[in-house]
Design a protein around this ligand. Structure first.
Ligand SMILES: O=c1ccn([C@H]2C[C@H](O)[C@@H](COP(=O)(O)OP(=O)(O)OP(=O)(O)O)O2)c(=O)[nH]1
Ligand SMILES: [Mg+2]
Length: 148
């Protein structure tokens, strides 16, 4: 694992007193992020869960917001836009979009872990527009062209 990268983080007033997102184990890829609000996620509904955090991610990186598999497996609650993208120039509150695909309401308490954040390097592309692309064995085959 590479050395940690510093990410400036600001607690918003409603985030005061909450633990910062943290890696649950030494080798964890994602930092578990906590809800800053009490909310009940009714079946079939979605909500942007407040975290009480804003941040300045260094240029060249993004943060991905990914679901926790436990919530998905046990309750059918996941992140509909997974992986959520936190841009390096975003200074608003990080929110975790959540949707309840299960059959029961899920109460989310302030301080509960709702998702995980993965810091990842990003390379921006520069388009090189051409008239013809090189040929390959795959060509335009896709969407199952190699079989099941
Ligand atoms: O799960 C998420 C996804 C996004 N964001 C914030 C940070 C991100 O930088 C910004 C924009 O997200 P995105 O580009 O995914 O949304 P958009 O629909 O394209 O909105 P915009 O036009 O603001 O870029 O919203 C979150 O807080 N949580
Ligand atoms: Mg966008």
């Amino acid at each position: 694992m590479s050395d940690p990268v510093g990410v400036k983080l600001k607690r918003l007033p409603h985030g005061e007193g909450l633990a910062l997102p943290a890696y649950a184990t030494e080798g964890a890829a994602g930092m578990d992020v906590l809800s800053a609000e009490d909310v009940v996620l009714e079946p079939g509904t979605r909500h942007a869960v407040a975290t009480g955090l804003s941040m300045a991610i260094p240029q060249g990186y993004e943060i991905q917001v990914r679901p926790r598999s436990g919530l998905a497996f046990k309750f059918g609650v996941t992140v509909p836009n997974t992986p959520g993208t936190i841009d390096s120039d975003y200074r608003g509150e990080l929110k975790v979009l959540m949707i309840n695909h299960g059959s029961d309401p899920l109460p989310i308490k302030r301080g509960e872990r709702v998702a995980q954040l993965v810091l990842a390097p990003v390379t921006q592309a520069a388009w090189l527009e051409v008239d013809d692309l090189d040929e390959t064995a795959r060509g335009s085959g896709g969407f199952g062209s190699t079989g099941r």
